[in-house]
Design a protein around this ligand. Sequence first.
Ligand SMILES: Cc1cc2nc3c(=O)[nH]c(=O)nc-3n(C[C@H](O)[C@H](O)[C@H](O)COP(=O)(O)O)c2cc1C
Length: 150
Amino acid sequence: MPEYFVVRGTVEPGDKRGRELGFPTANIALRDQDGSLGDGVWAGWIGRPDGTRLPAAISVGRRPTYYGADGYRLLEAHVLEFSGDLYGETLTVWLGAHLRNQEKYDSAEDLITALKNDIAAAAQWTAGHPADSLPAAGESPLGEVRRVAG
Ligand SMILES: Cc1cc2nc3c(=O)[nH]c(=O)nc-3n(C[C@H](O)[C@H](O)[C@H](O)COP(=O)(O)O)c2cc1C
């Protein structure tokens, strides 16, 4: 039985570097700064207020490439094949498969190479775990991470 981590949150402005890298992200603050959800990179889905669900490659952590170990822990979702604006929307995020740990890369190029692999892996995983198979998310407080059985 698959298990998901589910978190709701309102998309905050990032520092826009994601756009410069070519991989914009929807940034969501996490309430539990060191809770059950570990740092890492995940394949999953996001749900928009209008009910639309979109596949995503999701990063949870402190972005060690840019901020070092004392950075702020947040969730960033790069939504696959999407170019719209999500700022201010309250999203539901389903984290389904842990792909790898957060890494400190030597260059933006190395991070971009990793991101491309993450996106391919997330596309593959979401194809096998379609949006209509996701468990109900419920209404949890914003930023609070919950485990939900699939
Ligand atoms: C799928 C994915 C994987 C990521 N993996 C890492 C990582 O391993 N190390 C890291 O420092 N940052 C990682 N990041 C975060 C990027 O550094 C971050 O998206 C970028 O700096 C843009 O930040 P911004 O949204 O605040 O502009 C990842 C982001 C995504 C979407």
